[in-house]
Ligand binder design. Structure first.
Ligand SMILES: Nc1ncnc2c1ncn2[C@@H]1O[C@H](COP(=O)(O)OP(=O)(O)OP(=O)(O)O)[C@@H](O)[C@H]1O
Ligand SMILES: [Mg+2]
Length: 269
């Protein structure tokens, strides 16, 4: 809806950072929920064998019959892998630990980097009417993350507001450049998002200053605070927006959705 180059198709955003525990899954679920709250139709693709976004959206392992593994390796149709969640406007392609062997199994497949790209561009996708597809990547720059970057229009990079946050970012950007050169020349950086920000901690402020100095406009103005309600929500299989609608975390993810939509509208103008 907000993507000028693909007016009839969804905008695809890969949420990626090879560092573990920086807020990729939390951002996928809660940005998704904030966009869904505004009436946009969202598909979350769980591309992490840990399956955290599947769990966080309330899809138990026993209900993950068909998964991203089946989409990529067995080339199942989208209609066979997309599940409705209990959250309005949020659908999901779930993941299980099976996905961890995809790297090896796909090694000799010459289309191995394009599998998610091709899957998400089946004409069948139009029938679902998605506005945004958010891909929750694993903490690695492996074949799965490359598939996400080849499939995506843009990459959103969560950055934990802690020491060493910027370390590893150059490697991530290098992978983005390689994907641009080899497969997806139009891949953009949607933005870098500071997560788990603690306003009482000087270090958070220091990381923020550092990020804004080095990355300029790439850094979202919105910052996600460290907020216990955000970390509690997944154990109730809910986005924080439903778990505690007025919590600081929920408000911040709504602000992020607003900023993202504004940015994309500006790109379209
Ligand atoms: N804003 C926040 N406030 C408090 N806790 C948070 C916040 N964001 C994330 N967390 C917690 O930090 C942990 C890591 O977050 P998350 O799972 O989203 O990271 P990730 O990058 O997806 O991790 P992985 O690399 O393992 O996939 C989780 O326990 C999550 O609940
Ligand atoms: Mg995760």
């Amino acid at each position: 809806m907000y993507d000028p180059s693909r007016p009839s198709g969804p905008k695809i955003i890969a949420i990626a950072n090879q560092k573990g525990g920086v807020g990729k899954t939390t951002t996928t679920i809660n940005l998704g929920a904030a966009l869904a709250e505004r009436g946009l139709k969202i598909l979350v693709v769980d591309l992490d064998p840990q399956g955290n976004s599947s769990t966080g959206l309330g899809i138990d392992v026993e209900n993950r019959t068909n998964t991203t593994y089946d989409l990529l390796v067995d080339e199942l149709a989208l209609s066979d892998v997309i599940l409705e969640t209990r959250h309005t406007n949020i659908s999901l392609i779930p993941a299980t630990v099976d996905l961890s062997s995809a790297d090896i199994e796909l090694f000799s497949n010459e289309k191995r980097s394009f599998l998610l790209h091709d899957a998400l561009r089946q004409t069948e996708i139009d029938g679902f009417g998605f506005d945004y597809i958010l891909i929750d990547c694993p903490p690695s720059l492996n074949l799965l993350t490359v598939n996400a970057m080849v499939a995506a229009h843009s990459v959103l990079v969560p950055l934990q507001s802690e020491f060493f946050a910027l370390e590893g970012l150059s490697q991530l950007m290098l992978t983005v450049r390689e994907v641009r050169q080899s497969a997806n020349p139009d891949l953009r950086i949607e933005g870098v998002l500071l997560t788990m920000y603690d306003a009482r901690n000087n270090l958070s402020k220091q990381v923020e200053d550092d990020a804004r100095e080095n990355l300029g406009d790439l850094v979202f103005a919105t910052v996600i605070p460290r907020n216990v309600r955000v970390s509690e929500a997944p154990s109730y299989a809910m986005p924080v927006l439903s778990y505690d609608s007025q919590s600081k975390g929920a408000v911040a993810y709504r602000d992020l959705a607003e900023e993202l939509l504004r940015k994309n509208a500006r790109l379209a103008a």
